[in-house]
Design a protein around this ligand. Structure first.
Ligand SMILES: [Zn+2]
Length: 231
């Protein structure tokens, strides 16, 4: 294997290790917790709280209407009960009764509107709870395969790391540090030729350099982007 090909193999292993490491991190985060489930639970709690508050309001509005009704009944009884005979007083009671009836009508409308709000908030709460339940069941179903996947990934990563160590042991330390230096700011650090061009930056590579890449034992770098050119 040429020095450039060895670095290319190393790069392929490094890339696979990086991809697996990122997949492991995602799987571990999913196993630890589910941000979406957390969000859905907060939405459900908010819906619950709103439903409770609206229920309290509706009960207060109903009590207000009931209290007006009983005061109207009481006034009605006194007005037509025959105990009050003074016409001025009777007129006054009648006026008061009319005012109370208007207030009752408003209070009843208000109570009805609040009951409708309670019904709507119950529907919102039920749909929020259904979303939580669906997410929980989906999560439970996916936990086991995810744990298995994590085990597979971890084993694969260990295998690749061993492969990587073995490969690095056969590579010249100077080549390793050149690769590391380029990889720190250019990915991929090792690239092929695309016809007469560098496959990394697409600038032309001279005949002499292309020949060196194909046949040479040393490392050839692209004059433009610094990448190591592999055959
Ligand atoms: Zn280049």
């Amino acid at each position: 294997m040429s020095r450039a090909s060895a670095l290319l193999s190393l790069q392929q292993i490094d890339d696979r290790i990086a991809a697996i490491t990122s997949e492991i991190a995602t799987a571990e985060a999913s196993l630890r917790g589910d941000p979406e489930l957390g969000r859905l639970r907060r939405t459900e709690a908010a819906a619950q709280e709103e439903h409770r508050a609206l229920g309290t309001n509706a009960r207060l509005a109903e009590l207000e209407a009931a209290s007006l009704q009983s005061r109207i009944r009481e006034l009605d009884r006194r007005l037509y009960g025959g105990t009050v005979r003074n016409p001025a007083e009777l007129m006054e009671m009648q006026r008061e009764l009319e005012v109370m009836r208007v207030r009752l009508s408003t209070a009843e409308d208000d109570a009805l509107e609040r009951m409708e709000q309670v019904d709507q908030s119950l529907a919102s709460l039920q749909s929020a709870s259904a979303l939580v339940a669906a997410r929980e069941s989906q999560r439970n179903d996916s936990m086991e395969p995810l744990r298995e996947r994590l085990t597979t990934l971890t084993a694969e990563k260990e295998l690749l790391s061993a492969e990587r160590d073995a490969l690095r042991a056969d590579i010249d330390p100077g080549d390793l540090s050149l690769y590391a230096r380029i990889a720190a700011h250019r990915r991929p650090a090792v690239t092929g030729l695309a016809g007469e061009f560098c496959a990394g930056c697409h600038m032309p590579v001279s005949n002499e350099e292309r020949r060196a890449v194909r046949t040479g034992t040393g490392l050839t770098q692209c004059a433009n982007c610094d990448r190591i050119l592999a055959p």
